[in-house]
Unconditional design. Structure first.
Length: 59
């Protein structure tokens, strides 16, 4: 993720997480990375973002 697009990718992923409420965050992030061609190395960061969003929804 480039510095400029970093925030946009995170916002998009957070919004998609709120919409789809995935059961498996890891699989959801892998699909997101493949579909939107996000460069590698950000899987852990994006997975933690999805988990945080799911926790916000469930609380």
């Amino acid at each position: 993720m480039a510095a400029k697009g970093n925030n946009e990718v995170k916002q998009s992923l957070a919004e998609l997480t709120r919409i789809y409420k995935p059961k498996d965050p890891v699989k959801f992030v892998k699909t997101f990375i493949r579909k939107y061609r996000v460069s590698g190395g950000y899987e852990e960061e994006l997975t933690s973002l999805v988990r945080m969003e799911l926790n916000k929804i469930n609380c």
